[in-house]
Design a protein around this ligand. Structure first.
Ligand SMILES: [Zn+2]
Length: 549
């Protein structure tokens, strides 16, 4: 994005770089380098992305989920030289943000305030929804509390009006994400697209600028990496000795974290070698042992399942595990750390603001990236709740995403901020703990041992049934699940294939015949009365006493 390029230009001109001084700001050396790199890649192999062609990328990304994004680089190839510039640029960006956690809070607040004013003025100028919401507010002199809040229902029902790019149509975005080949590709050549799973009962299409993803990855590589030494020297060193990152998810898809990860090789460059794996592939353990990752990224439920099988895993170079997308309950965190003996930062984020925070390596919880996000813990009437007290909901503002502004966006999680200063050295505000995000998993007995079943299995089965508006799975016995379905208003009978789709999904995930599924249609599925958040997975019997039996 132009703003980011200006930041990088600033770094370069301060180093008296001839190219940066001689070229116009929006057509700088980096822009030219990227276009040359694309041409080099096209000449070399015809792959549509940046960088060398993957060795075994599957024809259909949904068929096979494991592939290596980058083969070992050769410094003598022109495409690799361009890739080096790409990595260098990312390293320069990291140097701009790496010291922010040590800044005085007042300094961070000034940066945050400046970015908020810029975002709010831009949103009011370009987005019909925000223009109407901010009517009557002096956008040059306002307090954050003066801005009206927004929520998923409002943004979803006024999707096109909420955007700042008038070219974007909902139908085009929906058509784009119907094609799995578009994973890792920019919509309109500049926006990353994803959709939420609808944990609050309603899915939402999300578009992000490149800058939002760059901040997300830069924060993850610096603030979310307790053992790292981010900077230009580290960037150069890692070009020859990249970090090996294994990402284990259920499947590839346009869900927020999964969609973002597709862009990681392009944005981070040759800092990393990535291997994508599926939690349900039969040779997962063997592939992890062969790849020898330095960093393992996955969902809490999958990490817990791997921890139980840790006697088969021989990950001698593992330095860090990162949990994404699911709440890390204390039971799972303890089991994972006992199995792997490495740092386990627990990143807390929402699909609308992936860059929200990075897990703290010493005190637990996670530090808000307050230079690029605003995080408000509030009560039912949107009044601020002080640190040390549990709020009723949160308001999130993503300062890096200008195409779909999320400003004071309401999320149903109940959060408590920490009171004490943190021992890790970061002065950024820290989330002490989060309530209201239940771990969405069941323990099933397959005849010989207990297996952890993620809600993603049911989600995958029901995704294709368009008559279903919302669902809830209730584990009533160890191997019996009651599926409660809320149908769309114009549908009166449940789709005939719902039971078959669920059983097929369970069979596909190696749980054939062990699980009885009851289907019940209800008029309305309501949020949990205690947490005010909709729960898709509810276990009435809890985990087994000994999951290894
Ligand atoms: Zn900390």
């Amino acid at each position: 994005m132009p703003r980011l390029y200006r930041i990088v230009d600033g770094c370069l001109s301060s180093r008296r770089t001839i190219a940066a001084r001689c070229l116009p700001a929006r057509r700088n050396w980096y822009t030219i380098a990227c276009s040359l790199r694309v041409r080099c890649a096209a000449i070399k192999g015809g792959w549509e992305g940046f960088g060398p062609k993957p060795q075994n990328r599957p024809a259909n990304p949904r068929d096979v989920v494991a592939y290596t994004a980058f083969p070992p680089p050769s410094l003598f190839h022109p495409a690799t030289a361009m890739s080096f510039l790409h990595s260098l640029r990312f390293a320069l960006f990291i140097t701009r943000i790496v010291h922010v956690p040590q800044w005085r809070p007042a300094h961070v607040a000034r940066v945050q305030r400046r970015r908020l004013r810029r975002l709010v003025r831009f949103a009011a100028e370009r987005s019909p929804l925000y223009r109407e919401k901010y009517r009557g507010i002096d956008l040059n002199h306002f307090e954050l509390s003066q801005l009206p809040t927004t929520n998923k229902v409002e943004v979803a029902s006024h999707f096109e009006e909420s955007l700042t790019d008038g070219r974007i149509r909902r139908a085009d975005v929906e058509r784009f994400i119907e094609n799995p080949d578009n994973l890792g590709r920019w919509f309109l050549d500049r926006y990353a697209v994803s959709h939420t799973s609808g944990s609050q009962g309603q899915p939402l299409l999300i578009l992000q600028d490149r800058l939002a993803l760059e901040v997300f990855f830069a924060a993850m590589c610096s603030r979310g990496n307790p053992s790292g030494k981010p900077g230009v020297i580290e960037g150069i060193r890692r070009f020859r000795h990249p970090v090996r990152v294994a990402i284990v998810t259920l499947r590839r898809g346009f869900y927020p974290s999964g969609s973002a990860i597709e862009f990681m090789p392009e944005i981070v460059g040759d800092f990393v070698h990535i291997q994508r794996l599926s939690s349900v592939q039969s040779d997962l353990i063997e592939r992890l042992n062969a790849f020898q990752p330095n960093v393992l990224v996955s969902y809490a439920s999958i990490l817990e399942a791997l921890a139980i099988q840790s006697d088969k895993l021989h990950l001698n170079n593992l330095r860090q595990i990162a949990n994404i997308s699911e709440q890390l309950v204390p039971r799972a965190g303890k089991r994972i750390q006992e199995a792997f003996h490495v740092a386990l930062p627990d990143h807390y984020a929402t699909g609308e603001c992936l860059l929200l925070s990075n897990g703290c390596p010493t005190n637990g919880g996670s530090h808000i990236n307050a230079d690029w996000a605003i995080f408000e813990v509030v009560d039912d009437d949107y009044r601020p709740v002080p640190p040390g007290q549990l709020g009723k909901k949160i308001l999130v503002t993503n300062l890096a995403n200008t195409v779909q502004p999320f400003i004071r966006y309401e999320v149903g999680d109940r959060v408590m901020m920490a009171v004490e200063p943190c021992r890790c050295g970061s002065r950024l505000p820290r989330i002490d703990h989060v309530e209201g995000r239940a771990a969405e998993t069941f323990w099933i007995f397959d005849g010989s041992r207990h297996q952890l079943v993620s809600g993603g299995i049911f989600c995958a089965a029901l995704d294709s049934l368009h008559e279903v508006r919302e669902w809830q799975a209730i584990q009533t016995e160890r191997n019996r699940v009651k599926m409660r379905l809320e149908l769309l208003p114009h549908v009166s009978t449940p789709p005939p294939l719902v039971r078959e789709a669920l059983l097929h999904a369970l069979t596909k995930h190696e749980l054939p015949g062990y699980v009885v599924v009851d289907v019940e249609v209800v008029p309305k599925l309501l949020p949990d009365q205690v947490t005010s958040k909709f729960r898709r997975m509810i276990s009435e019997i809890g985990p087994p006493d000994d999951p290894q039996m």
